[in-house]
Design a protein around this ligand. Structure first.
Ligand code: XMP
Length: 319
């Protein structure tokens, strides 16, 4: 795509011009926006960029390892893997209110990022994957009446607090253009096409109290579910799919014995922008096969529900 090729060259020149010989830091989440931002900056300024990957321990199975490996090995990027799962899970102990979970995670995220960023000598810039719709939204909604259903965490306000200047190379782009740019920069298609993943991660897919036991079960069950979706060639038809572990145990029977394990909810929705959504109409065969695989392959689950709630009245996530 010649347009994206031109955009890439133009963006690289603009970054070099803005940054000069100064150091830049970037919070890399593994999502498309921050990944494209990081790779573009790396092409523009190489070793002047340091990325911090904040690992809150609420990621999908093998996610942290895979993201860190890809950026270090394929892109040779300066990347700090901030493994702070002990800190996050410790502070979340006994917390079950959804908004309190988000506030704790968002606050810690900023503290942790700041702690690692302070160690990077001479950092003067913070790179962010802000898109055009984010720019528009923050202008047109500012001051107007708003109803907050769920607070989304980001690093807003952080640059001023840390005395950093912002670099936002995606400010003129829409999501599909960011994907095209990612493609242009050589990001694998499987990576570019990934379903959205929320900042608070598995915390909001574990309604009620979060425990390490529940997180481990959830990671495994989610991996089987997504594997099923990929194997049936359905991944790209779905906006977002994930498992959630419910805060209840139910009775089941396995062989000669009685089981008393967690129940799992499966969610899959179609959507254009995440604002409204419909449940994905899996076949009964698919659902049955998935239930069998999850219960056979994952210790700790003996019941599987499929969530058929649309948005509205539901939300996509369970919390
Ligand atoms: P809901 O559940 O509000 O989700 O229908 C709409 C989209 O937003 C994502 N989501 C979040 N993303 N921080 C995020 O970064 C959050 O706290 C959060 N809550 C929901 C959700 O995954 C879906 O794509």
């Amino acid at each position: 795509d010649w347009t994206m090729e031109a955009y890439r060259e133009q963006a690289i020149a603009a970054i070099r011009e803005q940054v000069g010989d100064k150091q830049v830091i970037c919070a890399l989440s593994g999502g498309v926006d921050s990944s494209v931002t990081a790779i573009l900056l790396h092409e523009a300024i190489g070793d002047q960029l340091t990325c911090v990957f904040v690992d809150h321990g609420l990621l999908r199975l093998n996610e942290a390892t895979e993201v860190v490996k890809m950026f270090r090995e394929s892109y040779n990027l300066n990347l700090i893997h901030a493994d702070e799962s002990e800190l996050f899970l410790g502070k979340l102990e006994g917390v079950s209110d959804p908004e309190t979970k988000r506030k704790i995670i968002g606050g810690l995220f900023i503290d942790v990022f700041q702690k690692y960023a302070n160690d990077i000598e001479g950092a003067e810039f913070l790179a962010q994957g802000t898109l055009y719709p984010d720019v528009i939204e923050s202008v047109s909604f500012s001051g107007g009446p708003s109803v907050t259903i769920k607070s989304h965490h980001n690093v807003g306000g952080l640059p001023e607090k840390m005395g950093l200047k912002l670099v936002e190379p995606l400010r003129e782009l829409f999501k599909d253009e960011v994907r095209a740019l990612g493609h242009e920069l050589g990001l694998p298609a499987s990576f570019i096409g990934r379903h959205p993943f929320p900042g608070p991660g598995l915390a909001i897919r574990c309604p009620g109290e979060i425990t390490r036991e529940k997180l481990t079960i959830l990671q495994q069950a989610d991996a089987v579910y997504i594997d099923q979706i990929r194997k049936h060639g359905l991944y790209d038809e779905i906006w977002q799919a994930f498992a959630a572990i419910l805060p209840m145990r139910t009775v089941g029977v396995m062989g000669d014995g009685r089981t008393y394990d967690y129940a799992l909810a499966l969610r899959a929705v179609t959507s254009v922008d995440g604002m409204t959504a419909d449940y994905y109409p899996f076949t009964h065969e698919f659902l049955g096969e998935t239930m069998t695989r999850i219960i056979n392959e994952v210790d700790g689950i003996n019941r599987v529900f499929y969530d058929v709630t649309s948005k509205p009245p539901g939300t996509i996530e369970l919390e």
